[in-house]
Ligand binder design. Sequence first.
Ligand SMILES: Cc1cc2nc3c(=O)[nH]c(=O)nc-3n(C[C@H](O)[C@H](O)[C@H](O)COP(=O)(O)O)c2cc1C
Length: 205
Amino acid sequence: MKIVGIAGSPRKNGATSRLLDITLKEIKALNAQVDVDRVDLVDMKITACTGCDACLKTDCPLDKDDDYPKIVAKLLQADGIIVASPVYFANVPGILKNFIDRSRRMKMNRNQLKNKWFGTIVASGLRNGGAETVSMLLATWALSQGMLPVSSMGNSVIENPLVITTLQKALKEFRKPTEEDDIGDKAAKRLAERMVELLGMTKPK
Ligand SMILES: Cc1cc2nc3c(=O)[nH]c(=O)nc-3n(C[C@H](O)[C@H](O)[C@H](O)COP(=O)(O)O)c2cc1C
């Protein structure tokens, strides 16, 4: 069983990366047999889609000059995929949008990502700054690829099923991106539990 985490932030040591780390480490802690892989998009060269439509019939012509084929190879092997994104103007940052747009070839080539479990992790600056919107954008992308979006499920009264961390603690009080967030961190662990459970690697509680 393999799970691939995609770190979509241009900032390597920020809140997005921290939360993805929590989830991936927790997956390993729950079952050391799981092959956990992480791709930091900021380290990869991913050229923006030019809309040439070649992917409707053949392979993407941009593949020969960048790192996207390496990511595709990992995604095709994965049973579960987790995409972590910061909120940039209530959307994903450009590097992640390039990743999403280039994924069209997997959809057009007989829905190659179909039936893979999919999880989201989102980090925002402001408490109501668009994190839920970005979570939904990612889930919509996953649905369009035939993937199966998974929420983090904990105490149904006090734990929200979306994995979100927010720097804003109160109106004028912000945590550092590297600082713990009990709500977001717990949700990140819960996503790990759910992924492991759904992949049949532990018994459902
Ligand atoms: C270009 C840019 C746009 C941003 N737009 C938003 C926004 O719309 N809403 C919000 O809550 N935070 C916004 N932020 C703040 C980031 O979401 C926040 O700093 C988050 O922690 C970034 O993730 P990172 O720590 O992984 O880099 C923005 C930051 C940048 C750099």
